[in-house]
Design a protein around this ligand. Structure first.
Ligand code: HEC
Length: 266
């Protein structure tokens, strides 16, 4: 028993070591919402997305009127979420062309329709919490989860401006021990001479929201991105359950029928 625990522990440490050595940040898991809160969270997430992300990112597989699935009326969608002259049956597109965007930011803002399926919820949640002030980049921002990202921190007025804490360690073991002990987002990066940097974030200037409020804002937004990446996920799961129940009932009936047919032959 003891041996298994030790073996598993060693394995976990080794796995953590690999992840850290590759220069990937340790993520913060996205909070999950109960079914009861789901629609309210998605409605807030849709509002957050339309207000803060849609000016650069499209969601071209998402139609505005699909948002009625979340309990919004068409009037609410038009008044609160549609700023340009789009049609209610249209998709969430942007006016910016890819060429312009590349010229402005150095990289085009990707379409976010299926982003949650590409990156996963935890990555998105952590990414939106990982922006910090950096005078060395073109935008003045940098990100612990996506180093040197071309996106400016679109939510800085809400989150405030975080600062980077960059501590150098002599070797990898010391750096990893420090990373394991640190709370929240951590990035371990190899430096020259076999040294390692452990990067974390600390409070800078506060924003309009408290940390807890900002985390909820981001969590709603990530729920929404997860929802648009597969709007029929709940339907799909429900249909699957109905099909399994149907097959179960069918099996029972067919089996009873088979026994009835073979009764006289035995
Ligand atoms: C000012 C324009 C702008 C705004 C506003 C903006 N982004 Fe971005 N975003 C970009 C650009 C440009 C990139 C490409 C960055 C790169 O590849 O380095 C990007 C990249 C991303 C990525 C990473 C994509 C990937 O997997 O490579 C995500 C996720 C993202 N944005 C989410 C958001 C969310 C959510 C919002 C709203 C809170 C938002 N963005 C607002 C410009 C913007």
């Amino acid at each position: 028993m003891n041996l298994i625990v030790r073996f598993a522990g060693g394995f976990l440490l080794a796995a953590a070591g690999v992840a850290l050595a590759q220069g990937e940040a340790r993520l913060i898991p996205a909070p999950s919402v109960s079914g009861f809160e789901r629609d309210a969270s998605l409605q807030r997430g849709a509002r957050n997305f339309a207000n803060y992300c849609l000016n650069c990112h499209s969601a071209q597989y998402m139609r505005y009127n699909r948002l009625t699935d979340l309990g919004l009326t068409e009037a609410q969608i038009k008044d609160n979420l549609m700023f340009a002259t789009e049609k209610i049956g249209g998709t969430m597109t942007v006016a910016m062309t890819t060429a312009d965007a590349t010229a402005w930011f150095g990289a085009p803002p990707p379409d976010l329709s299926v982003e949650a399926r590409v990156r996963g919820k935890d990555w998105l949640y952590s990414y939106l919490l990982a922006f910090y002030r950096d005078d060395k980049t073109a935008t003045g921002w940098n990100n612990l989860v996506f180093p040197n990202v071309a996106m400016p921190h679109a939510l800085w007025s809400l989150s405030g401006q975080k600062k980077l804490v960059d501590i150098e360690y002599e070797d990898r073991d010391k750096a990893e021990a420090a990373a394991v002990a640190a709370k929240g987002l951590v990035l371990v990066e190899p430096a020259v001479g076999g040294k390692y940097f452990v990067k974390t974030l600390t409070e800078g200037t506060p924003g309009a929201l408290t940390n807890v409020e900002y985390e909820r804002f981001v969590s709603d937004l990530v729920n929404y991105l997860d929802y648009i990446s597969e709007p029929v996920k709940n339907d799909r799961i429900n249909i699957g359950i109905v099909v399994l129940i149907f097959l179960g009932v069918l099996f029972a009936l067919v089996y009873a029928l088979k026994r009835d047919y073979w009764k006289e032959l035995h």
